[in-house]
Write a protein that binds this ligand. Structure first.
Ligand code: SF4
Ligand code: MG
Length: 314
């Protein structure tokens, strides 16, 4: 993604939801996208698949997937891209399963919608897919209401893997589930990723999950990229005050007890963004120039970028 810009065309004028976001996702990598709600995380994922709904429009930048320009694709090309190349698992996906079809029928339908295969072959594939996500083949004849939330979300993940896409977008994939089930599912996804070699864009507001499951993390604030670094580095040596604030609000079970700090205030109204650094109203280190000058993204080290005046020479 290069310099992506997404605007919502409202009657009161355009509202910029994503402003100049760039990143790469390598093969087999999990890129975590962190940030509070409304920071533009889901918008980025939807732009990547070109499934944004009006009044949202992509007003600038580039999305390149395996060298192909996604923003220039026509409908037929997009159909080839979606699901086959890039699949999507979102939070309420488990509720999007059809209540009157069995799990088996839905997986088979999903396969046959994209590939010309015999029903019996698709059924074999459905059994294998369920096994991949740890569900017994006896569940093929179950209806969604007969499965727990965790199992339903696993079925959705199985469907997302059906065509072995090289990239899976996971937007708050486990947020609706309890903590234990969340971890179980994400561990399973990590194992599958190792086995099958796909890449993941992992979106969640839950920083502890993102730290555990991502290779690299990008932190978004009010539609802008604030910091991006390998997970371990971001965790042990965060540089941006917003990243520090996010980390300060994550409780730790190991190490000495510390007070949870959190970040005061709330994200800005995207219709009335503050000038200068978008975080300045909440930043404990804000200086005069933060109110007027927009900090540019700078390289701090290998794979580590950040946008903050504290780290830039005046
Ligand atoms: Fe804080 Fe200024 Fe850095 Fe923004 S640029 S994060 S306001 S110190
Ligand atoms: Mg979202």
């Amino acid at each position: 993604m290069r310099d992506l810009r997404v605007e919502y065309l409202t009657p009161a004028g355009p509202v910029c939801a994503v402003d100049g976001v760039s990143f790469d996702i390598g093969r087999g990598e999990v890129l975590g996208l962190a940030g509070e709600s409304g920071s533009g995380k889901s918008t980025v994922a939807q732009a990547l698949l070109r499934i944004l709904r009006p009044p949202a429009v992509i007003s600038g930048g580039q999305v390149l997937f395996e060298g192909e320009d996604v923003l220039a694709m026509n409908e037929a090309q997009l159909r080839q891209l979606r699901w086959r190349k890039i699949s999507l698992v979102f939070q309420s996906a488990m509720n999007s399963l059809n209540p009157i079809l069995t799990i088996g029928e839905q997986i088979v339908d999903a396969i046959q919608a994209h590939q010309r295969v015999k029903r019996s072959d698709a059924l074999d594939r459905a059994v294998a897919l369920l096994k991949l996500v740890g569900i017994d083949s006896s569940r093929l004849t179950s209806y969604p209401h007969q499965l727990s939330g965790g199992m339903r979300q696993r079925v959705v993940i199985a469907i997302a893997l059906a065509l072995e896409p090289p990239l899976m977008l996971m937007d708050e994939p486990t947020t609706a589930l309890d903590v234990v089930v969340q971890k179980e599912i994400l561990h399973q996804v990590s194992e599958l990723k190792e086995k099958l070699g796909f890449s993941i864009l992992f979106i969640t507001h839950d920083l502890s999950l993102i730290l555990e499951f991502s290779t690299r993390i990008a932190v978004l604030y009010a539609g802008k990229l604030m910091e991006m670094a390998p997970s371990q580095e971001l965790f042990h040596a965060p540089r941006h005050p917003y990243t520090k604030g996010l980390l300060g609000s994550v409780p730790s079970v190991r190490g000495p007890r510390k007070k949870l700090v959190g970040i005061s205030g709330s994200p800005p109204d995207m219709r009335k963004l503050p000038g200068g650094c978008r975080f300045h109203q909440r930043c404990p280190s804000a200086m005069d120039r933060c109110r007027s000058d927009v900090p540019e993204l700078r390289e701090l080290g290998p794979d580590h970028i950040e946008a903050c005046h504290l780290d830039s020479p005046t």
